[in-house]
Design a protein around this ligand. Sequence first.
Ligand SMILES: *Cc1c(COP(=O)(O)O)cnc(C)c1O
Length: 379
Amino acid sequence: MRSQDHDRIFLSPPHLGRHELNYVHKAIEDNWVAPVGPNVRGFEQELCHYTGAAHCVALNSGTAAIHLGLAVLGVGPGDEVLCPSFTFVATANPITYLGATPVFVDSEPTTWNICPDRLREAIEDRLRRGKKPKALLVVHLYGMPAQLEQVLAVAAEYTIPVLEDAAEALGSRYAGQLLGSFGAVSMLSFNGNKIITTSGGGALLTNRADLAQQAQFLATQAKDPAPYYKHSVVGYNYRLSNILAGIGRGQLELIEDRVKKRREIYTWYSRHLQAISSLQIGPAEPADSRSNRWLTTLLVDPQQTTVSAEQLRQHLETRNIESRLLWKPLHLQPLFAQVPRYGGAVCENLFARGLCLPSGSAMTEADLERVSQAIQELF
Ligand SMILES: *Cc1c(COP(=O)(O)O)cnc(C)c1O
């Protein structure tokens, strides 16, 4: 079978509903084609209402939200910021924008997120070396909540503020509470591949009015109150446009539906691939966690098969099916070769064995059949 015989199945393409266009139409009719306007305010209020956060600043990317989040937490030149090694580079890049250095911490094997024990070890060692980390980034990879109770307890013990990277985790819950509401500052992404999208966009969430106000100030060129253009600090042009916020409002109406669909896809793969003993769909959900299952991921067991995750990826590609290896740990990236790290073997092992399967919420049963059959061909 040649790849042209089938349409391509993408990893996680945008999935539009029926209501986005209404908001976009209204913005154009009302001539609100500017990076502030009723859709921006509406989207912010609706995100607060959904997540339970008190304040929201809509921004033009999730990366911008991390950048401003770190800035309002006081991160600056020479500081150190704790960060999981197992994540997308966009989690860590903003640390370096501010002249600070990441300190990488390994994952734990249950949720694949930052390990509370390695975290404590990292903090103790940085303190011994004479520098207290300025902030801690916590990421919920592929939608799976981190072990928040333990991680937040360690952060609280050493009074280190937490920036929650919930870019992949909108709609996931921990102890019944929606992610995006656990950090001193939390952030979301609405990039095209995320569970809901504005094509590109992000948001900063916080319960602290002062931090929200500071973030909004920095996002709009840091204009001091004066009748002329007065600036005393460096600002950025990071606000979300009113048009894109309109897409976001329509998308947010669908979030529970999208979570339900992604969870069904995870369950579908689990059932249909369980006969292949060398593949393990996971991570499983701990009792207190409910993942949005943004991407279904699997691990290949090298004890049971000689087929690698990369060979599986290449095989799916010949069937015109997109899949991706798990995030390559940041401590293995040339960019961060000089960065201190604590542990690393857990996430290196996950990277060596793991693959993300197509998980878009518009996938049909026939699409899922095609992916599962292509996998079965190889095993
Ligand atoms: C997508 C993503 C980001 C960055 O969001 P953008 O909106 O693409 O800038 C940050 N962290 C993680 C874990 C992500 O998956």
